[in-house]
Design a protein. Structure first.
Lengths: 366, 131
């Protein structure tokens, strides 16, 4: 039996099909993942993301520690509640994990890490935290619910007392606030507006029910994957991993090379990588019917001869565009069209710039 | 509980066969199979004239998450693939025993379908498999 979140019984009661995800028994869908996808794009859906790891880091030197640990620079976090997306790198530049870090107070930060990587992440962090006298506290007492969609914030706020309601509705994107024992942040993984709420595990079931009563539709990991891919957001293990650095994973924007004297783990390797041509990370739109899948070969036309080969890192059917889309790592090219090998045959796909969909609207021509 | 019509024959890989009056056979995937696969978004069906052997992978159905092979329950010649699925793959979910059929075969042997599972056998097979 796998691990279960505090909402497991709620999922079963709501008819979820359960699958193993990184050792956790999680809902894949509650009947139709496409309808759940549309609910998030058009109204409001909610995801149980309690399997993710919430880690509080505290100490006088915690900022200095995170400036070494993370490729993005926590100095960018100037006000409490502000969030930053970052990779945590190996010395060779490979990605250990991608995460969100929030500034809680001048001496404490909160990190949210992936479920499948939490154990190795914690081991990595703990090994280094001692040198900075930073305490590392995994918050297994918390559950986490992501409420996403154009009506998600108002439906969530309707559960709160008036003062808290006003407070959270005024949060700018990528900012969170504590509301009693809850932490509510205007973040997400769908390309829609919404909140991610961290709350005591004992509050999870009644909050999930109240959100459902407020018209928020439960959505599973299936919809979560099509939504994030349409939004052009990477999935750890598919689109980046320990064998690939952020610059060839479409994550160059998350690496803070300035100030030049901030010696974060992986810096030297990334500076060397910056000086080579490297590979490109692109979006693909399949021009014909069919479905792009991870690990399919991508043939890039060459100036002379056969060209070169890349790979789809994540592919799916886009319910919003009604076409197949993908993220792919390919050799640098000026071509606008590539060929993807599906079951031994080549199909044309155009290179596009993600996101594919944002705030319910297509961002590319289909 | 999934729907298992009495007048069809079934395979362990969850295809169904309908014997038509002209001696040909229509093939699709069972209600159980479509439910297990989830929302289907693409189907690749065999072209007319293709020779297929029983147990040969000859069609593909793809859900949002994965591609699955469909095996021909009978040996014979494909007479038609269901072209409606190109624009409406959701028919596989909505009408797995009707408009969601995949292909039609002229079987080599007239009584080959009789060797496949009856509805009662298939129901028992699903129960035994813990489906």
């Amino acid at each position: 039996m796998g691990l279960k979140t505090p909402l497991y019984d709620s999922h079963i009661l709501q008819g979820a099909k359960i699958v193993d995800f990184g050792g956790w028994e999680m809902p894949l869908h509650y009947g139709s993942q496409i309808e759940e996808h549309h609910a998030v794009r058009r109204d409001a859906g909610m995801f149980d993301v309690s399997h993710m790891g919430v880690v509080d880091l505290t100490g006088e030197r915690v900022r200095e520690f995170l400036q070494v640990l993370l490729a993005n620079d926590v100095a960018r976090l100037k006000v409490p509640g502000k969030a930053l997306y970052s990779c945590m790198l190996l010395p060779g530049g490979g990605v250990i994990d991608d995460l969100i870090v929030y500034l809680s107070s001048p001496t404490s930060f909160r990190m949210v890490v992936n479920a499948g990587t939490r154990d190795k992440d914690l081991a990595w962090i703990r090994q280094r935290a001692a040198d900075y006298a930073v305490s590392v506290h995994e918050r297994q007492d918390l559950a986490m619910i992501a409420i996403q969609g154009p009506n998600a914030r108002h439906k969530t706020a309707s559960l709160l007392a008036p003062a808290a309601r006003d407070l959270v509705l005024e949060l700018p994107p990528f900012r969170g606030a504590a509301v009693d024992s809850w932490f509510i942040a205007r973040t997400g993984y769908t390309g829609e507006d919404g909140f991610e709420v961290m709350l005591p595990a004992v509050d999870a079931v009644k909050t999930w029910s109240a959100l459902h009563a407020a018209g928020v539709r439960p959505a599973g990991l299936g919809a979560r994957d099509t939504l994030r891919l349409e939004a052009g957001m990477n999935l750890y293990g598919n689109d980046m991993d320990e064998d690939h650095h952020p610059l060839e994973s479409g994550l160059g924007w998350t690496v803070a090379f300035e100030p030049g004297d901030r010696d974060f783990i992986g810096r030297a390797a990334l500076e060397a990588a910056r000086r080579t041509a490297g590979r490109d990370f692109v979006g693909l739109l399949l021009e014909e019917r069919g479905v792009l899948r991870s690990h399919q070969k991508v043939c890039v036309p060459g100036e002379a001869g056969d060209g070169a080969v890349g790979e789809v890192t994540s592919g799916t059917f886009s319910p919003t565009l009604n076409r197949s889309i993908a993220l792919a790592r390919i050799p640098r090219t000026t071509a606008t069209t590539v060929q993807v090998e599906i079951r031994g045959k080549l199909y044309p796909a155009s290179i596009v710039r993600p996101p594919f969909v944002r705030h319910g609207k297509a961002m590319i021509k289909v | 509980m999934s729907n298992i019509p009495n007048d069809l024959r079934y395979t362990k890989s969850h295809e169904w066969v309908r014997q038509l009056e002209d001696g040909t056979a229509e093939v699709g995937i069972s209600d159980h199979a479509q439910g297990a696969l989830g929302d289907l978004v693409f189907a690749e069906v065999p072209e007319a004239g293709r020779e297929v052997s029983a147990g040969e992978a000859c069609a593909v159905v793809e859900s949002v998450k994965a591609a699955s092979d469909v095996y021909s329950p009978l040996s014979g010649t494909v007479i038609a693939g269901n072209s409606a699925l190109a624009n409406q793959p959701e028919l596989l979910n909505q009408e797995p025993y009707g408009a969601g059929w995949l292909f039609r075969v002229a079987p080599k042997s007239a009584d080959a379908a009789a060797a496949l599972m009856s509805a009662a056998d298939y129901a028992k097979y699903l129960a035994d498999e813990g489906h």
